[in-house]
Design a protein around this ligand. Structure first.
Ligand SMILES: Nc1ncnc2c1ncn2[C@@H]1O[C@H](COP(=O)(O)OP(=O)(O)OP(=O)(O)O)[C@@H](O)[C@H]1O
Ligand SMILES: [Mg+2]
Length: 409
């Protein structure tokens, strides 16, 4: 196959390089959903959660637990790992323990959450037509008949509490053992990365859910390095990682907030870039390229999901800052430019107040940074600065046919 070099057959080249797979041995080991065998630097959390849930193995009621901490600190990984091991042990011992894992961001209404739990206990639920209460009652009835211990994990639980009826469902779940009357036990594990959510929880829900609270701290650079080394050994072919690559991924991720997902993404994408380019080694240069690519993807995804007027506001910011790249612009200027853009498209504009609201949303999405500044006797105004690569933003805006009309020149 190496002999086709001289022949200009680009597809043959693509096929043969796909077959040799120089860089990765098992790329999927670096994907976010992979549950690794070992979780370095989470021994304490693993142990603590296992202690809370272990009474299930004696057929007794396990405690509830609440896991929180910033994104990428291993909350989901720790929960899944402990559940997997607990179910394994229960099978070995022949006791009835069942884990029901629900990602509430994906199943984002009280109905869907109740339905997931119902399905987890073997109740068939239609897509619609029942009330949340009804689904819940059926699950309780079934549980009473079946017996056993159930561990319900509600991951990204803040998405449930935000929904109408979400807090009610949560409250009922925290009380379910009373309804079961000792015939079966349910334990709840809530997970969130939203610290403001933790504060906003109804006290009665929090005290019940948070019987045990586990706080996940960001990883330090050396800890990230250990995590990456473990996973890299599985994922890559021996000898393909260049000097300093893992250190760099760890350092870049630690500089933000010690996010293991970020560190793993950098390493994976760096490997993908090396493989795509046909390079035999993953180098630091690939890591820097990966950082740009990840950032571009993130920005693109966020921008594509924005409503039209938010897209126009962000375009207005880019237009206003113009040659002054990296400089801040005032809300008033952004608003004037935004109005010009809507006029060009023949659209009604929204109010200044609404645009301020949009700026706040763009800030939360990490596209801009804004702060209130005092302008002496002119009062207060807000200063906005772009916090993402304008090229990446423009690329994504270009995909919106309406906005693209403004970008033609
Ligand atoms: N200690 C660790 N050892 C090995 N891999 C880890 C460790 N901690 C996290 N990871 C990996 O990092 C990635 C992110 O971790 P995880 O999904 O558990 O984060 P999280 O705290 O649930 O974040 P979020 O709040 O965004 O859901 C996953 O791929 C996970 O396997
Ligand atoms: Mg998670």
């Amino acid at each position: 196959m190496a002999g086709v070099r001289g022949v200009a057959d680009p597809l043959e080249e693509v096929f043969s390089s796909a077959l040799t797979r120089r860089i990765f041995r098992r790329r999927w080991v670096l994907l976010p959903d992979y549950v690794p065998e070992t979780l370095p630097h989470r021994e304490r959390e693993l142990r603590r959660l296992a202690e809370v849930l272990a009474p299930a193995l004696r057929g007794e009621k396990p405690g509830n637990a609440f896991l929180y901490g910033l994104t990428g600190t291993g909350k989901t990984a720790v929960a899944r790992h402990v559940l997997m091991r607990l179910e394994g042990k229960a099978r070995e011992l022949g006791v009835a323990v069942r884990a029901i894992y629900v990602n509430v961001r994906q199943r984002d209404t009280p109905y869907k959450v109740a339905a997931s739990i119902a399905e987890g206990v073997g109740v068939r639920v239609p897509f619609t037509g029942l009330s949340v209460g009804e689904v819940y009652e059926r699950s309780v009835k079934r549980l009473k008949r079946l017996g056993g211990v159930y561990i319900v994990v509600l991951d990204e639980i803040d998405f449930l509490a935000k929904r109408p009826g979400g807090q009610d469902l949560l409250y009922r779940l925290t009380r379910v053992n009373q309804e079961l009357g000792g015939n079966a036990w349910v334990s709840l594990v809530g997970i969130t990365n939203s610290l403001s959510f933790v504060e906003s929880l109804e006290p009665r829900v929090r005290s019940s859910l948070g019987e045990v609270e586990l706080v996940f701290h960001p990883y330090t650079a050396p800890q990230l390095k250990d995590i990456l080394e473990d996973r890299a050994r599985e994922a890559f072919n021996p000898g393909v990682l260049g000097e300093g690559v893992i250190d760099l991924c760890a350092a870049l991720a630690a500089r933000e907030h010690g996010d293991a997902r970020r560190a793993l993404d950098l390493l994976r994408v760096a490997g993908e870039i090396a493989e795509r380019r046909g390079d035999p080694l993953v180098t630091e240069e690939h890591v820097y390229a990966a950082r740009i690519e990840i950032e571009r993807d993130r920005v693109g995804e966020v921008v594509r999901g924005l409503p039209l007027h938010a897209k126009l506001v962000i375009l207005a910011i880019i237009r206003r800052q113009g040659a002054r790249e990296g400089k801040s612009v005032y809300t008033g200027e952004v608003y004037e430019e935004y109005k010009r853009l809507t006029a060009e498209l023949g659209l009604e504009h929204v109010t200044l107040r609404r645009v301020s609201g949009i700026l706040g949303e763009l800030d939360m999405l990490g596209l801009v940074k804004s702060r209130v500044v005092s302008r002496g006797r002119y009062g207060k105004t807000r200063e906005v600065i772009l916090d993402a690569d304008p090229k990446a933003i423009l690329e994504a805006l270009q995909e919106d046919p309406m906005v693209a009309r403004l970008l033609e020149d």
